[in-house]
Write a new protein. Structure first.
Lengths: 262, 319
């Protein structure tokens, strides 16, 4: 099977984000970049499918800045065979990214049997790219999947919806699936894996190579700012057993009469 | 005046509250509503009261169950002849799933998960959180119309005054087209509670919960105040709660009216996911826990002692 995994490189979850000077994005100089956490589940699922289907290859795709190729090297260290990086600014919109991924898949010369993505990137949190890509290349897609079973050309997947309920879908490959936490436990890259990854092919393309132009941008961000800080709240000490009941009664009273949320 | 179509999802025959929140914000625009399936006259009346001029009930084969392809095809066929400027929907599970597909059929852009928006003349300007709410940005759309946006439930709030629309309902035939990903079965969740992302009150537990069984004390409190129970990443990664309960940057981003954090220290990635809650209560033994910097009401104390008292106090006032 020709398996593709789309990954994004995002700031580590512990990053304190700061808007940049002109408010068009965040300050990216001192950021620790990681593979988008939801994409780790996609890479792992690709490797599980590869192991179950002899002769498969896993190609990792990424559209983004080239300062650091952490996400692609990590994916190859986990076991992916090759990578394609499309160089672009870090705040490209979902439509352009999906179009670039479509172009990169075409450039690879392989017909995809399965395309895996994380359900969302934890930078812009759009949850769009898998579905937009699916529509652009006319493939069925199921997003937010927490269960996967393959039976020949048919796959059965579980999609998580409100309240933890599950929709069970059956569809045939080729298809696009977007993974959620809970589908698998991503492996750690082994030391030999990391060494090997350095020698695996990483092809670099420009946006022009994959047919994306400035006019493809659909969403424009401006005025990046930190959310307003809340004024300091009230803090009560209930570490002494004698105070517990009175403190709780006071807080409940405040919730009722001051905050009016109960 | 912009012509705006609001796609409304139904829950047990009722329009989801986020539809009414959106309609409330569309005062001054020509607002219409599209529903897939049928809806009662009473619900039609409600939509009219909140500002819908027309309510379109899309009916056709293969639309009894949700599917991303079927819903996107049905709405595409309906919208393409309607000369709409904008199509808005709630950022629900289904909305987040099929709106990107639908927008792409028009080669159009979609602003995801907006927490606010305004119209300047005929032009939509959204505000949305990025990095799970660590940042906010203005979002504008360009390219072919209609333009699309999803709106986060609970973020706008219900309008204080209603501006009624004509409220005329009609049926439209809808074509679901070719559906390749077909739902075989829906496995209901064990809990009947509203989802974290739509909950009005949330009570969450962190690493201090120590095991899955201890979540019972949160469940008891939740049942008194009608809350949904959540968990921090530490609690989920320790196996105390399933991933579907996780609040934070790698879980769900929530904005309830009241968020009660129990034994949660307040890692950056958790704070990002719940900081837009209107009122935050934190219970933690560590007086220096970062969660207290975001709390409107902080209680320094042992959750195992405080939460049961809290439950009793809530019972007293809620009878």
């Amino acid at each position: 099977m020709n398996i593709f995994v789309c990954v994004k490189q995002v700031p580590d979850t512990e990053t304190k984000v700061q808007p940049n000077g002109d408010g068009t994005f965040i300050e990216t100089n001192a950021i620790k970049w990681i593979m988008n956490p939801y994409d780790e589940f996609a890479v792992e699922q690709a490797l599980l499918v590869k192991a179950a289907n002899a002769g498969s290859t896993v190609t990792v795709l990424r559209v983004g800045g080239v300062k650091d190729t952490e996400a692609l090297r990590t994916a190859m260290a986990m076991g992916a065979d090759e990578a394609i990086l499309v160089e672009a600014e870090d705040n490209l919109d979902s439509y352009s990214i999906a179009k670039a991924l479509k172009g990169a898949i075409e450039k690879s010369g392989k017909n995809p049997d399965l395309i895996l993505c994380g359900k969302q990137a934890i930078d812009d949190d759009c949850l769009q790219v898998p579905q937009v890509l699916a529509e652009m290349i006319s493939l069925p897609s199921v997003a937010v999947i927490v269960g996967f079973e393959q039976n020949g050309e048919s796959v059965t997947v579980k999609r998580e919806i409100e309240g933890g309920a599950l929709e069970v879908y059956e569809l045939n490959t080729p298809c696009i699936l977007a993974t959620n936490k809970g589908i698998n436990t991503p492996r750690y890259a082994s030391l030999p894996g990391i060494m090997k990854a350095k020698r695996k092919p990483l092809q670099q393309l420009s946006l022009a190579d994959v047919g994306v132009e400035a006019g493809d941008r659909r969403v424009v961000y401006s005025n990046f700012q930190l959310p307003p800080e809340k004024p300091a709240g009230k803090k009560f000490d209930a570490t002494d057993e004698a105070n517990e009941a009175s403190v709780v009664a006071e807080v409940v009273g405040l919730l009722r009469n001051e905050a009016k949320v109960i | 005046m912009a012509k705006v179509l609001v796609y409304s999802e139904l829950n047990k025959g009722n329009v989801k509250p986020v539809t009414l929140e959106i309609l409330g914000k569309l005062n001054g625009q020509d607002a219409e509503v599209a529903i897939i399936g049928d809806v009662s006259d009473e619900q039609v009346k409600v939509l009219g009261e909140y500002g819908a001029n027309k309510i379109h009930k899309l009916k056709g084969d293969k639309l009894d169950k949700y599917s991303p392809e079927g819903y996107a095809n049905a709405l595409h066929n309906f919208i393409k002849d309607g000369s709409y400027d904008y199509v808005l929907a709630g950022a629900t599970s289904a909305g987040k799933d099929f709106l990107p597909r639908l927008a792409t059929k028009f080669e159009a852009g979609l602003a995801s998960d907006c927490t606010n928006f305004i119209f300047e003349g005929d032009t939509f300007h959204g505000t949305r959180p990025l990095f799970a709410g660590k940042c906010l940005a203005k979002v504008d759309l360009q390219g072919p119309k209609p333009h699309f946006a999803t709106v986060r439930p609970n973020a706008l709030g219900m309008p204080e005054t209603k501006n009624a629309g004509a409220g005329e309902a009609s049926d439209a035939s809808a074509d679901a087209g070719d559906i390749k990903a077909i739902i075989k079965e829906i496995v209901a969740s064990a809990s009947e509670k509203v989802d974290l992302t739509e909950a009005n009150i949330i009570i969450s537990g962190g690493r201090a919960m120590k095991n899955p069984e201890n979540f019972k004390i949160l469940d008891e409190c939740a049942s008194v105040i009608g809350a949904t129970v959540g968990a921090s990443r530490a609690a989920v990664d320790s196996g105390f709660a399933p991933p579907s309960m996780q609040v934070g940057q790698t879980g769900k981003t929530v904005s309830p009216s009241l968020y009660i954090a129990c034994g949660i220290s307040g890692a950056i990635q958790h704070l990002a996911g719940m900081r837009t809650s209107k009122v935050i209560v934190a219970i933690n033994t560590d007086p220096d826990a970062p969660i207290f910097t975001k709390a409107d009401y902080g209680i320094v104390g042992d959750l195992y002692k405080i939460v049961p008292i809290l439950t009793e106090e809530f019972k007293k006032i809620l009878g």
